[in-house]
Design a protein around this ligand. Sequence first.
Ligand code: IPE
Ligand code: IPE
Ligand code: MG
Length: 239
Amino acid sequence: MASAPEKSKIPRHVALIMDGNGRWARSRKMLRAMGHREGVESVREIVRVGSEVGVEFLTLYAFSVENWQRPAAEVATLMRFLESFLKNEVPELHRNNVRLHAIGRLNDLPKRVQAQLHKSIEATKENTGLTLILALSYGGRVEIVEAVRSLIREVQEGRLDAAQIDENAFSHHLYTRYYPDPDLLIRTSGEMRLSNFLLWQLSYTEIYVTKTLWPDFRRAEFLAALADYAGRQRRFGKV
Ligand code: IPE
Ligand code: IPE
Ligand code: MG
């Protein structure tokens, strides 16, 4: 079995666009819901492997603001899987010393999901290993707009001098203020687009796109992405 690159070459923060559940199901003549169900298994495995190899932050794009426009039955299925994942996964998160966080317009989620989310976050808050960040009802543009509103409020209330707004101050008003920017972005299913994910934070992130559909993205595929990243030369605009 392939092994992980040496620790110094492991990205601190991996962001992942989990795409292709529907196509995975369709290719098996199954309902899209079956693809989402199998996708949950991939989440489990990727969190486990990420913890094992020493990734510190793993941000999973699980539901976008645009995904609310899918048929109501599919949205309901996704919310049901999300709720049961949040509920059933806590022992496994503890076993892996994983702390759960979430970013996005969390108030848009059904009340039951919100309640379970906060419960699982609370239950895992003392864990000191990998931080698993679920992006739920997440949109990169709305995140930026909300940051602008919050900065304006602080200026209006006299708590911030507009002249002091710089990139660092701005970053501190994003949902992701507690985390470093992602080092590696992985997108499954071959689509070459960001789909409104972490627009500000990905400015110097290494991108890895694989044709593998999310339900098939498991240990070997993740290690292949990490090996690819380990061979990259990051220049940040310098020579
Ligand atoms: C990813 O799979 C899951 C979510 C976006 C919630 P899709 O449901 O987008 O699957 P495809 O892209 O239609 O195959
Ligand atoms: C991106 O996948 C959102 C998530 C993975 C949650 P989509 O399937 O929604 O994106 P598009 O429609 O292909 O851009
Ligand atoms: Mg998709």
